[in-house]
Design a protein around this ligand. Structure first.
Ligand code: PGA
Length: 251
């Protein structure tokens, strides 16, 4: 049985003070909800403070990005070693990073290798763009993304995948539960070809893209979907808590 996971990707939102306030608002409610891994992914500068706040609770911390080198002259970057002290998870290959920061499959691959090496759990994001979806190329795109992201990685223990169709991110136009379930089933099938059926059955695959408290149930009812990567709705304490609660009731 896969333990469901709900991660809140706060993106480039919240000052340190706002991040602390948001965490305080949901801390007690989130902590009480069982059978779901709850992960907060605030901006880098808030990780340490929120790490202190959630100490001793069942809530876990994740970063939104990482560089692939361990240390050195890389001004402005944050290394896996620095993060390993602070958090459990790290989002890698989010479509916004691919789009605005030119992250290629090769870079994503190097980041995953670097994260796994220090015991960080990567949440690898993949998903097709609107024009690719409309051209019926979803399978081809996610297969290519999987192949390039996972090159030369023989052991994916600790990895989570988030299927995030780019056209659904931040648009209010979520995929349907059925669409997401189908794409995730396909991803699981690809993983079984690469790593075997057992590994594929143990792997958590999330849906992401305009998940809200109103549509969460539709996704969590789907057998292939193991949770969600939530953007906008994770900035509202009551919405995020509700998504986690619905997940714990349905999974
Ligand atoms: P959204 O973002 O929930 O705001 O669509 C999801 C994501 O980018 O992970």
């Amino acid at each position: 049985m896969r333990v469901p996971l709900i991660a809140g990707n706060w993106k480039m939102n919240t000052t340190l003070r706002e991040a602390v306030e948001l965490t305080q608002k949901m801390l007690r409610d989130l902590d009480k909800i069982k059978n779901v891994d709850k992960v907060l992914c605030p901006p880098f500068i808030s990780l340490a403070a929120i790490g202190e706040l959630i100490k001793g609770t069942s809530i876990k911390l994740g970063a939104q990005n990482v560089y692939f080198e361990e240390k050195g002259a890389y001004t402005g970057e944050i290394s896996p070693l620095m993060l390993a002290d602070l958090c459990d998870f790290v989002i890698i290959g989010h479509s916004e990073r691919r789009q605005y920061f030119n992250e290629t499959g090769e870079i994503v691959n190097r980041k995953i290798i670097a994260a796994l090496k220090v015991g960080l759990k990567p949440i690898l994001c993949i998903g097709e763009r609107l024009e690719e979806n409309e051209a019926g190329r979803t399978e081809e795109i996610v297969t290519n993304q999987l192949n390039s992201s996972l090159t030369e990685i023989s052991n994916i223990t600790g990895l989570t995948i988030a299927y995030e169709p780019v056209w659904a991110i931040g648009t209010g136009r979520a995929a349907t539960g059925r669409q997401a379930n189908e794409a995730i089933g396909l991803i699981r099938h690809k993983i079984s070809k690469l790593y075997g059926e057992r590994v594929a059955q143990d792997l958590r695959i999330l849906y992401g893209g305009s998940v809200t408290a109103d549509n969460a149930t539709e996704f969590m009812q789907q057998p292939e979907i193991d949770g969600a990567l939530v953007g906008g709705a994770s900035l509202k304490a009551d919405q995020f808590v509700s998504i986690v609660r619905q997940t714990s009731e349905l999974k």
